[in-house]
Design a protein around this ligand. Structure first.
Ligand code: FEO
Length: 406
């Protein structure tokens, strides 16, 4: 029940039965989670009892113990399966075997996936629900909302008309195990752009539906329960789903083999700083590359500085651009800085890659460093700084997010 601490909601009928995972190092095998991961699960106790989702397989026993403790000898009537990814669905079979009379409630697509994951034994008693269909528990009338591709195609969400709680599946979740909402933004952004952002158009459709609901609390499957400033979370998701930048800031993402490209990056950072631009530099070989992806979406402008390598682009930079494009990166100005000692090709190849993005504008002033920074390349960097500064000033008026965040 600790997750409800600090909320203003009177949600006595809703019990929290989630589990925290401090052993995990990489979520989905690729996203660093130094503070672990939380798998949320909920129980609504009414005339009928419904459980919403299970947890990761490592925590089946702990979850079942929590569930049994809350039930105090009663049996649940329903298990609502909102999402079939194993971090939430792994214990459906355990639930079904423990409570064979309970009905599994989910989308048609989810039942297909249940057979794929668990075989034919799964869910002998099932209720297939679709958009707008309802389940009445007594006081709590639940309405189901289809949310395909947020984050898998079978996803449904559940709105409780009694409390105004939106059980939002993966949406509005974050990495980490902290219960408070103060630090939601950064890890929620890294989570969103790591996992969901390819499907922004589907998130927009979900937000259109959410706008018609009187949401008083959001209960996601990861991260804290969100019960204050609901508009802030919805607005944040609107911006992310539309691939808009949050701030006018400039991100310089770079790789540097012997320090010469880094020296150019530091020179550009200084020039931009003196003009009043907010700049962040990230070494792609040393930082969490998905944090860099997340920051690229946060900022209005990106500068890519790298070395020609094996007649191509340095591997970490190539990977970074691929990660961005996979996630529909676009609507940004991108500056290019290349370095090399012979047959320099990095900027041309980066530009060719970036052409696949939507509405990516390449800065006119690209910079070529031949082995090391010199007066000529400094002059090129000065021109790039002027161009980026001009864009920065224009972006300040266009990024309507700061007033929401600050
Ligand atoms: Fe948390 Fe898409 O599973």
């Amino acid at each position: 029940m600790d997750m409800w601490k600090g909320t203003n909601m009177n949600l006595e009928d809703i019990r929290y039965i989630g589990t925290k995972d401090f052993k995990i190092d990489l979520f989905e095998g690729m996203f660093k989670v130094s503070e672990g991961m939380i798998y949320n699960s909920y129980l609504i106790e009414d005339e009928k009892i419904a459980v919403l989702d299970t947890v990761d397989k490592e925590f089946g026993s702990e979850w079942m113990e929590k569930l049994q403790k809350e039930l105090q000898g009663r049996s649940p009537d329903y298990l609502i399966v909102q999402h079939m990814e194993p971090d939430h669905s792994a214990n459906i079979l355990l639930f079904s075997r423990t409570f064979p009379e309970a009905v599994i409630v989910s989308s048609q697509k989810a039942f297909q996936m249940m057979v794929q994951f668990f075989g034919q034994e799964i869910a002998p008693k099932r209720m297939i629900v679709a958009e707008g269909e309802e389940l009445n528990l007594g006081k709590h009338r639940l309405i189901f909302i289809e949310a395909p591709m947020v984050h898998w195609p079978e996803v449904i969400m559940t709105y409780d008309t009694c409390t105004g709680a939106l059980f939002s599946a993966d949406a509005f979740g974050k990495f980490g195990t902290k219960d408070n909402t103060e630090e939601w933004l950064d890890e929620a952004r890294r989570y969103y752009f790591g996992i969901v952002s390819k499907y922004g158009v589907y998130v927009q459709k979900l937000l259109e539906k959410a706008a018609k609901l009187d949401i008083k609390v959001i209960c996601p499957l990861h991260g804290p329960i969100l019960d204050k400033n609901i508009g802030y979370y919805l607005r944040t998701y609107e911006i992310w789903a539309a691939y808009e930048s949050e701030v006018a800031d400039i991100l310089i993402a770079y790789t540097s083999v012997y320090g010469n490209t880094k020296e150019a990056v530091e020179y550009l950072e200084k020039q931009l700083g003196e003009k009043g631009c907010r700049v962040q530099c990230m070494d792609l070989c040393r930082c969490d590359i998905f944090e860099a992806v997340s920051q690229a979406f946060r900022c209005s402008t990106l500068v890519l500085a790298t070395t020609t390598y094996n007649a191509g682009v340095f591997p970490a930079m190539r990977k970074f651009i691929e990660y961005l494009l996979e996630r529909n990166y676009g609507k940004r100005l991108v500056g290019l800085i290349e370095n090399g000692s012979w047959a320099i090709t990095a900027a041309r190849i980066m530009e060719e890659m970036l052409k696949k993005g939507k509405e990516i504008e390449i800065a006119e002033n690209r910079v070529r460093i031949v082995s090391a920074l010199n007066e000529d390349s400094k002059t090129q960097l000065d021109k790039l700084a002027d161009e980026l500064h001009k864009h920065y000033l224009e972006s300040i008026n266009q990024t309507g997010f700061q007033e929401v965040i600050q």
